[in-house]
Write a new protein. Structure first.
Length: 194
């Protein structure tokens, strides 16, 4: 999955050389609070035995490509991959979707919003079983231009949902039915613009 992501980001970066579009590449630290309304007490409990939430830390890298510009509004797409860990559990995702950004102020502040979907792979703390399921997330944030080719991502917040590995999904929990886990994402860092 990582090679596919790196290749796609490279294509995005080189595609803008001849076009008047804007591309941004980022590699930022991220924290995701994953929570569930039901605790899993089986052997494949993703959040830990009898736990309903866990904060995962790691990084996200990706890029966006804004190909539409009208006044102060731009639109395009974003593609990202995240790799996070907590309590020996693993959460990886690959997301792609639409993006809208604006420059509504004379100051170099650029708010943006994104709706992304893709696949998340999760692994519980005490097993080598990996489960991949549909993942989606809504993101919003503010970029602040530091220099012509460098933006500071002041904050990015996200909300999404994914069905994680659980004793019910793997089939080891009998009648355990664990609903999709909610994700609240926090990130900040640098964006390199071309």
């Amino acid at each position: 999955m990582k090679l596919r992501s790196i290749a796609a980001v490279a294509v995005l970066a080189f595609a803008t050389v001849a076009a008047h579009a804007q591309t941004g590449l980022y590699f930022n630290p991220v924290a995701i609070r994953v929570s569930n309304s039901a605790a899993d007490n089986g052997p494949f409990a993703f959040l830990g035995q009898n736990s309903t939430s866990q904060v995962f830390y790691g990084y996200t890298f990706g890029g966006y490509y804004d190909f539409y510009h009208s006044g102060s509004v731009s639109a395009g797409f974003d593609m990202r991959e995240s790799d996070l860990h907590a309590n020996n559990a693993m959460f990886r995702s690959f997301l792609l979707g639409g993006r809208v950004s604006a420059k509504p102020f004379t100051r170099p502040i650029k708010p943006y919003a994104e709706f992304l979907f893709g696949v998340a792979t999760t692994k519980p703390p005490v097993s080598t079983v990996h489960v991949s399921k549909f993942d989606y997330a809504l993101y919003g944030g503010i970029d602040y231009t530091l220099q012509k080719h460098i933006d500071f991502r002041v904050i990015e917040l996200g909300y999404g949902a994914v069905t994680t590995v659980s004793s019910g999904v793997v089939g080891a929990g009998g009648t355990i039915n664990i609903p999709a886990s909610k994700q609240i994402t926090f990130s900040s860092g640098l964006v390199f613009c071309f």
